[in-house]
Design a protein around this ligand. Structure first.
Ligand SMILES: Nc1ncnc2c1ncn2[C@@H]1O[C@H](COP(=O)(O)OP(=O)(O)O)[C@@H](O)[C@H]1O
Ligand SMILES: [Mg+2]
Length: 240
């Protein structure tokens, strides 16, 4: 029998997987991309990030990946303090996250299997583990029968599912996706968000930037809205 644990009423609140406190980002050009952003995201959440073009959505994601550094404020991701973390620790941070790109970024000379396997080889996984986990990731995204196809032989939606398998294969705590459905047709967009929702239900935190009002309406997740670098809404109910 599994032990059932009831959290006590005065248990401390769960440690957030992502925390921004008073974060501002100004690019060297003088553009204020984010201003005084405060946010807490708890492990296991699915969060849509919305807002018009130039609102600061990609900057927000880049700060989480430490692709950019904040000018002021505190950022914690997965237990790492990104404000004080030396550059050489960035690969350790990235290993805890799976990143899905709008333009897929598959390697055109490698087949589907090799594209996903590559993400495991770079973190030093054994060949046996690579075979097992890549097959598992590909069947999860419904591409078990496309392992030998080349990216150019796949539709946009299929390419993005390879991107999803690659993001998943190292069992990340967090998936970061900046407009992952920006280059796929509406039906496939639904399929991609359904897959992300399934992955989220098994415990992975998901952060996804989107412009698609229909997706946000139909998949009732938390919605954070940015405008001109500021958070202007934060709804649990899937509306904006
Ligand atoms: N590398 C950069 N250098 C200078 N300005 C940038 C850079 N990246 C983004 N910006 C500017 O920062 C603002 C926010 O951009 P971004 O985060 O990409 O917004 P979004 O993803 O919501 O469209 C915009 O005004 C954009 O032009
Ligand atoms: Mg963007």
């Amino acid at each position: 029998m599994e032990e059932i644990r009831i959290p006590s009423e005065n248990a401390p609140p769960a440690e957030p997987i992502i925390e921004f406190r008073g974060v501002s980002k100004t690019y060297p050009t003088g553009t204020h991309a984010l201003e005084d952003v405060n946010i807490r995201i708890t492990a296991g959440e699915f969060v849509f990030i919305v807002g018009s073009s130039g609102a600061g959505k990609s900057t927000f994601m880049k700060l989480i990946m430490r692709e950019e550094k904040a000018n002021t404020g505190l950022i914690r991701v997965n237990g790492f303090n990104l404000t004080t973390m030396p550059r050489k620790q960035v690969p350790m941070l990235r290993r805890t996250m799976g990143i899905v790109f709008q333009d897929f970024r598959l390697i055109p000379t490698m087949n589907v299997f090799q594209n996903v396997a590559f993400a495991m080889h770079v973190v030093g996984a054994s060949d046996r583990n690579v075979r097992k986990e890549v097959s598992r990731a590909l069947s999860k995204v419904g591409l078990g029968n496309k392992a030998r196809s080349m990216p150019a032989q796949l539709s946009g939606g299929e390419q993005q599912r390879v991107g999803l398998a690659r993001a998943l294969v190292n069992s990340p705590d967090l998936i970061i996706a900046d407009e992952p459905t920006g280059n796929v047709d509406p039906n496939m967009s639904y399929e991609i968000v359904s897959l992300l929702t399934e992955i989220n239900k098994r415990g992975t935190t998901v952060l996804m930037v989107t412009h698609d009002h229909n997706l946000v309406r139909d998949f009732q997740h938390r919605v954070i809205m940015l405008e001109r670098g500021k958070i202007v809404a934060d709804n649990a109910g899937g509306s904006f």
